[in-house]
Design a protein. Structure first.
Length: 210
């Protein structure tokens, strides 16, 4: 698949690493082009691309910026009409211990509202960057879950295929509205990792009796 990753930070670089390994054609763009170039250089096969037009030809665009930068970043990469946008953001407060919105909306729904032509899917927001970078198995063969929520079948299918291609289990979490559950779930994960001191080699997963 052709994937454009916006953002070359913790999550962006981990996506580039895993997606290249899985054989996808990966472009990365960042506000600071040197950072994108650095991530591409560390992951042979990935391409650092200019922001303008970065979405052209992509089957999926991974939004790996902070939520506050989401719309400006998405608008900067070109026409997103009909594009699958994977929103991994969490609308965190400055101390990372709360959310700036929720209950009656979510970051994903706000992004979808602002970009009506794009097919937005929430996903990967409950996966710590270190887990993404290190791989989808956490001990004893237990695969980490990626929850996907979207109103678009193609967007959900695309995010599902990408997540499975890099080794994750996928749980269909329903419509985009359910990002209202997934963003607080990430908040709990962040609390457990940082606030409660469990560290970042943890992840919420969903199991059922075999
Ligand atoms: N870290 C995690 O474990 C984790 C887990 C799940 C979800 N998330 C979510 O994933 C997102 C990224 O987190 P992160 O930890 O990777 O953050 P990060 O390390 O701060 O990286 C964010 C990147 O986005 C870039 N950026 C900002 N505005 C941009 C724009 N307009 N165009 C292109 N690039 C832009 C930043 O560039 P500059 O360097 O120039 O600022 C930075 O490289 C956040 O929304 C976060 O809530 C994070």
């Amino acid at each position: 698949m052709k994937v454009t990753v916006i953002g070359a930070g913790n999550m962006g670089s981990a996506f580039v690493k895993q997606l290249v390994r899985a054989g996808h054609q990966v472009s990365v763009t960042a506000r600071d082009s040197a950072k994108a170039a650095q991530v591409a250089a560390a992951n042979p096969g990935a391409k650092a691309v200019a922001t303008v037009g970065a979405a052209a030809g992509a089957d999926a665009v991974v939004l790996a910026t902070g939520y506050a930068d989401a719309l400006s970043a998405l608008r900067s990469v070109g026409d997103l009409q009909g594009k699958v946008v994977i929103d991994i953001t969490n609308p965190l407060t400055a101390d990372y211990m709360g959310l700036t919105l929720g209950h009656s909306t979510s970051a994903a729904e706000e992004i979808a509202k602002a970009l009506p032509g794009a097919e937005v899917v929430k996903g990967f927001n409950t996966v710590f960057a270190s887990v993404l970078a290190e791989g989808a198995e956490l001990g004893k063969g237990q695969k980490v879950t990626v929850f996907v929520a979207s109103d678009g079948a193609r967007a959900k299918q695309t995010a599902t295929e990408l997540a499975r291609s890099i080794g994750f289990d996928v749980v269909d979490a329903g419509g985009l509205k359910n990002a209202r559950y997934l963003e607080p779930l990430a908040g709990l994960n962040i609390y457990l990792g940082y606030g409660a001191g469990l560290g970042t080699s943890i992840a919420p997963t969903w199991i059922r009796k075999a």
